[in-house]
Design a protein around this ligand. Structure first.
Ligand SMILES: [Zn+2]
Length: 309
């Protein structure tokens, strides 16, 4: 029987009816207006209704992949920074509104599960999935099972510390990997350099307009030979590579699955990550390791959430 998958991001709620093989039968998308839990639940309900109606077959189970930290199986979003939520019982609210049985998981866990069953992880039982987009996240699948950790927050690669008392991260702590490599922070560091007026290359690339800075701008400035841009870029790439290589050493996955906007739009960062894993993961852990790109694109979380339901 098909199930319903929901992908709850910071700006949109997407819904899809997905069959047992992980194929999307019908999908719909709703922009989030107000960010109160009740308003967001209404947006999800609209997207869900549209997807189910267009699929034309009833569903009973619903899986939700949400950006944030989820308390175990409770369906409670403990912290969802891009919605500004703390301790919102999303699962219970949705179950009441939709009338389906609802399971809520972290968005990266949903994406990893989608890739395992219908994408780049097919045929494997041990995958480590790393997404670098505006933030940095990862999910561990060991022995065919998602590893949630005792508090449900395993896999928070972006908040591993790479510099003692370093840059402040969106999570409030100092020196997290995400504070250097997350897309938002690549942009922030590039804007800081632009504001100094020292980088002629950045001035040329952006016309001096900070709004035009993207992670790609930084890669272009570094490749054009701007020494300070290059320093930021190489440092961020190296931090990411070593952090992921260390996880590969610890977890010994069969596949390392890479995705997210920064890795797909900045081929230089992706290449440095792959080369870094090959250089810094332990020899025994990298033996037989397959490094591959996520195959389902933006749909991996949507499909994974539905399959987890
Ligand atoms: Zn952090």
């Amino acid at each position: 029987m098909p199930t319903l998958g929901i992908d709850l991001g910071g700006t949109f709620a997407r819904a899809a009816v997905v069959d047992e093989q992980g194929k999307i039968v019908a999908a719909a998308k709703m922009a989030l207006g107000e960010r109160s839990p009740s308003a967001v639940v209404e947006s999800i309900a609209h997207a869900a209704k549209a997807a189910v109606e267009s699929a034309g077959s009833p569903v009973k189970f619903c899986g939700v992949g949400a950006a944030g930290q989820i308390h175990g199986d409770s369906g409670v979003l403990a912290v969802a920074p891009n919605l500004g939520w703390r301790n919102v019982p999303l699962g219970a609210l949705l179950q009441t509104r939709l009338g389906y049985k609802v399971k809520v998981v972290n968005d990266l866990a949903a994406a990893a599960w989608g890739e395992l069953n219908a994408g780049a992880g097919r045929g494997s039982h041990d995958t480590y999935t790393v997404f670098v987009g505006s933030g940095v996240g990862s999910a561990i699948i060991a022995g065919g099972k998602l590893v949630h950790g005792s508090g449900g927050v395993a896999g928070e690669l972006g908040h591993t510390k790479v510099v003692p008392n370093g840059r402040r991260c969106g999570c409030g702590e100092l020196g997290c990997l995400e504070a250097y490599v997350g897309g938002h922070n690549l942009i922030a560091q590039t804007r800081e350099l632009l504001a100094t007026g020292r980088s002629h290359v950045l001035m040329e690339l952006t016309g001096g307009d900070p709004a035009r800075v993207t992670p790609v701008t930084l890669e272009q400035a570094a490749e054009a030979g701007d020494a300070e841009a290059r320093e930021i870029y190489e440092r961020a790439s190296l931090m990411l590579a070593i952090a992921v290589a260390n996880q590969v050493t610890v977890l010994n996955p069969a596949r390392l699955i890479l995705g997210g906007g920064v890795l797909s739009h900045c081929p230089g960062i992706r290449r440095r990550l792959v080369e870094g894993v090959q250089a810094y993961a332990s020899m025994t852990a990298r033996e037989g390791l397959l490094i591959t790109d996520a195959e389902l694109g933006d749909d991996s979380g949507l499909i994974g959430a539905a399959l987890l339901a």
